[in-house]
Each structure stands twice: as C-alpha cells, then as structure tokens.
Design a binder for this molecule. Structure first.
Ligand SMILES: Nc1ncnc2c1ncn2[C@@H]1O[C@H](COP(=O)(O)OP(=O)(O)OP(=O)(O)O)[C@@H](O)[C@H]1O
Length: 513
C-alpha cells in the first residue's frame, strides 16, 4: 500500500498565459501545484503525486509542470496521468471518471488535493470522498495572504462536520431534471445548495420526442436482471439514457461504471473488464480487479459494443449468461452486475453479416431502447433544445447575456442535419460563445463552414469516386470534432491512422481541383 497525493492540474492557476494567447507561456511558481510541493508535500509522507489532466492537448504542459517539481525536489515521484474528460462541467461524467479511478486505486491511502480543478472536479472529489468508503483524505490549501502569519496553510476537510447533506445534492439534481422536462427555463443556480459548484446547471431536456424512450427506460429499470441494449447514433444521448436506467433501478446506490469498448485494443479491454492476477503477463505486478468485479451489485455500461472482437464476444456471452468472469490467469468468479450495452451500429445487420454473434445479440437486447437522431425530432423541439443549450452554456461559461442569434442564423441551424447530433449542437453553441463578443448578434456568416454546404454536403467540383467521398466525409467529421483526429476516429469507428490517410487524400484532391 502506498500513500498517493492526487490532484488535477489547475489549468488557469498553475500556468501563466500571455494576453491574447491560448497556450501557456510559463509555469506559475506560486500556483497551487508548485506551492503544495514547496510547503506541504514533505510533511505528508507521500510516496507519489499523481497529477491528473483531463485533455490530451494538456499533456505537454502537464509534463513541464511535473518536470519542474521533480527538478525542484529531486527524488519525488510525480506522475502525469491523463484522465480524459470530454465535458469538464458535466457532473455525471467527471464524477464517474473520478470514482472509477479511485476504485481502481482503492488499495492505497489516497489524499485528494481539492483546491486545483474546476468546481465540478472539486464537487466530484467531495462526493467520492464522502460516499465511496475508501481510505481518502480531502485537503485544501489556504493562501498565505489569508493567514495572520502570512504563511500558506493546509486544511483537511472535516466532512462529518459538513453542513452540506449529500442527499440534498442528489435530490437537487433530480429536481433539476424534472424541472427541465416540464418547462424550458434558464439554468438556475443555488448557492445554498452546493457551495463548491457555481457552474452546476440543469443538464438535460426531456423533449416530447424523447419521452417515450425515457418512459420505457423507467420501466426497464425496475426489472433488475434485464440486460439493455441502447441504440442510437453518436451524440444522441445513449450514455445519459443508460445512466438513467441505473439511477432509477434498485442498484442506484451501487457503482455505475461506463467503458467505451471501441477506444481500447482487445487485450487492454479484456484486462479492464475482467482484471488479471499478478504475473498473468509482463507488467502485471499485482492482482487487479476488472470493472465487472468493481461494479459488483451495480451496473456496467459497455459503450460501442458492436466493435468488440469475436473472441471477446464469446467471453462476454459467458459472462452475461452465467454471471461468471475469469480474470486473466485467475479462477472464475461469480459477479452480480447488470449489463447495459450501447451501439451506433445496426447490430442486426452485423449479425446478418456474421460480424456479431446472434446469441450475444439476443442476450443483450432483452430490452432494446432506440434514441432518435436530432434530425428526426420535430423542428420546434430542435428549437427548444437549441434554446436550452444556449442557456445551459451561458450558465456554465458564466456569461452575463445569452447568445443572440439572427433569425436567418437560427433558421440555418435548425435546417442543418447535425450528423453528430446533440453533442455536435452542444459543441457548436459553445464555440459560438467562445468566438463571439458579448451581445454580438450571430449572423449566418459566423457559423462554421460546414453549415453552409449544400444539402448533400458535396460540392459540384468533388470527385464522384468512392475514395474521394470517403476522404471528404472523414475530413468533415474531423472538422466537426474541432480538428481532434482521435475523437473523429472514434466517431467514425476507424483507426486514427486511417483518418490521417484519408485526410492526406482529401488534401491532395483539394489541391488538384
Ligand atoms: N436531451 C438532451 N438535453 C441536453 N443535453 C443532451 C441531451 N441529449 C444529449 N445531450 C448531451 O449531448 C452529449 C452527448 O450525449 P451522450 O454522451 O449521452 O451521447 P452518446 O450517444 O452516448 O454519444 P457517443 O455514442 O458518442 O458516446 C452530452 O453532453 C449530453 O449531455
């Protein structure tokens, strides 16, 4: 057992930014991470500092920060680790990621340095600390200027004395969801409720077009052992629906652990799901539980199930049929886990093509829930969602005024088919906030180029060969992902190297037309 200090990098306070530049120009030596090492680390008896960052783009600057600390304090182990979070203000996502990480390190004594990170990250530390029952301490620092002796101090949060009942937080979230379902309202804040979370907002809009599937989800939730298959295009809200099934089920006090099957290679996925015993393969230094064991009593969400290999399909079938897992190199064990799987693919078609096992499909699809695409929803509902997201982002980005769209801009937005569904619309609204001035009227010309393409999204000059069409499609998806190829690869269901190859082809084609 080791004593680990765990913290997020403080994106704004650990680094110094030059006005007008997005990239950090240097490390802030009076920032929370450097200061912690200067004043408190030595006395804490830590074996290692795990410095978490949430975005792959922050890798370099986190490494610089870790290096500086290592240089200033030779012998200290500082490990930068990516804990990827797509939406740093989503309590659902951040909390799940943090809980999963902590459960994976449960054998250690864990000191959670609470001060750095977004308010949702802080709230998630707090919830994990008070609800997971692990050996965690929650510490924060107070700057010297607030202490009479002018020296910074370290405070451990005494949760038993806390005035914030956790049930209040959970209840508030549910009320927020219900409120959102009843009427469209600007996201509201309740400072009395959660001091640590000024950005918490209503997260979901239960549109009439979604009510049927959410009604079915509530019914399915009550049937405890039933496996569920959620189908829907990327960004339609599959993860949200899966979590709702868990939260409405009798298992809601137990873990809910999501995993994206498409993002991992076969062997990594297998060891993450089922665990391994010490010595099972090179580098397996200790027995490690898999997610199925960690989720015992609760729910596991297997996202992008359609992409797993035939070998893993066979293993998973045994797990779902017998409730039995076998860690790599270990003995079979019984687990009690509800499986919710999701896919963007047409699994029936894949079964027909021999790419997915029929028996596994029938086992998973005991209850099948299908989410509509954004373009299938009626125009007025899309309009409501747009308004909802405008208010939601206004609250989370702490803008004084909501985004103002010219009528023609709104029309264009509502006519666009949004292949990335709600996530794409959500990202677009955020981009418009980021790149516009407060009170600027957003004109059609301010919208990204892809929204101006003709209906088919293909210009007349485009080559009609299949290769060119594929390359153009890949380029469009990469653009929709803000240039992040890894994310595009995930959406497209292909390897990132293939994405690069298509982009290269597309560039060549563009240069010759
Ligand atoms: N009705 C809705 N109201 C508000 N936000 C929504 C709604 N539906 C989806 N979202 C938001 O859209 C984003 C995508 O949702 P989610 O991750 O659940 O989709 P998904 O189908 O699981 O995507 P993927 O297949 O890519 O993993 C999330 O940020 C979610 O909060």
């Amino acid at each position: 057992m080791a004593h680990l200090l765990v913290s997020w990098i403080a994106y704004s306070h650990d680094f110094i930014y030059t006005a007008g530049q997005k990239a950090a120009s240097s490390i802030n030596e009076i920032g929370p991470t450097v200061q912690f090492h200067q004043h408190f680390y030595a006395a804490g008896g830590y074996d290692k500092h795990v410095l978490l960052y949430s975005n792959p783009k922050q890798e370099l600057q986190t490494e610089h920060l870790a290096n500086l600390v290592r240089r200033q304090h030779p012998g200290r182990v500082v490990q930068a680790e990516l804990l990827e979070v797509r939406d740093v203000i989503s309590l659902a996502e951040v909390k799940t990621k943090i809980e999963t990480w902590l459960l994976q390190h449960r054998e250690h004594e864990l000191t959670l340095y609470f001060s750095p990170g977004t308010s949702i990250m802080q709230l998630s530390w707090f919830i994990a600390h008070t609800t997971l029952g692990l050996d965690t301490h929650l510490v924060q620092t107070r700057e010297g200027k607030f202490n009479p002796d002018g020296r910074p101090s370290l405070l451990e949060l005494d949760v038993s004395q806390s005035a914030v009942p956790m049930t209040a937080i959970v209840r508030e979230q549910q009320v927020a969801n219900r409120t959102a379902a009843l009427a469209l309202r600007p996201a509201r804040r309740n400072h009395a409720m959660v001091k640590a979370s000024p950005t918490m907002s209503t997260e979901f809009l239960l549109l009439p077009g979604l009510q049927r599937v959410y009604g079915l989800a509530a019914k399915v939730a009550g049937a405890d052992k039933v496996t569920v298959l959620v189908r829907g295009e990327s960004g339609t809200g599959k993860e949200h629906l899966a979590r709702t099934v868990h939260e409405k089920s009798a298992r809601h006090h137990q873990p809910y652990l999501p995993i994206n099957c498409a993002a991992l290679t076969d062997s990594v996925l297998e060891s993450r799901l089922f665990g391994y015993v010490k010595g099972a393969f090179t580098g397996a230094e200790k027995d490690t539980k898999g997610l199925f064991e960690l989720a015992h009593g609760g729910t596991i969400f297997l996202d992008e199930i359609g992409d797993i290999s035939p070998a893993l399909q066979a293993t998973l079938l045994r797990v779902v049929q017998m409730g039995e897992i076998q860690p790599l190199g270990g003995q079979p064990r019984q687990v009690d886990v509800r499986v919710i799987a999701a896919t963007h693919a047409d699994l029936l078609e894949r079964c027909g093509q021999g790419r997915f096992r029929w028996d596994l499909y029938y086992r998973l699809a005991v209850a099948e829930l299908e989410l509509p695409t954004l373009r299938e929803l009626p125009q007025d509902e899309r309009g409501k969602l747009l308004d909802f997201l405008i208010h939601q982002k206004q609250a989370s980005l702490q803008r004084k005024v909501p985004l103002e769209l010219a009528p023609a801009t709104r029309e264009k937005l509502l006519a666009y088919p949004f292949p990335g569904n709600v996530r794409e619309l959500e990202n677009l609204v955020e981009t418009l906030y980021v790149f516009s001035e407060p009170s600027q009227l957003i004109l059609p010309a301010d919208l990204p180029r892809r929204l101006h393409a003709n209906a088919a999204g293909v210009s007349a000059a485009t080559s009609l060969t299949l290769a060119a069409a594929m390359a153009a499609h890949v380029a469009r998806v990469v653009a929709q992902c803000g240039g992040v190829k890894r994310q595009a690869a995930q959406l497209l269901g292909i390897d990132v190297r293939v994405v690069t190859k298509h982009l290269h082809l597309h560039k060549q084609a563009a240069a010759t037309t």
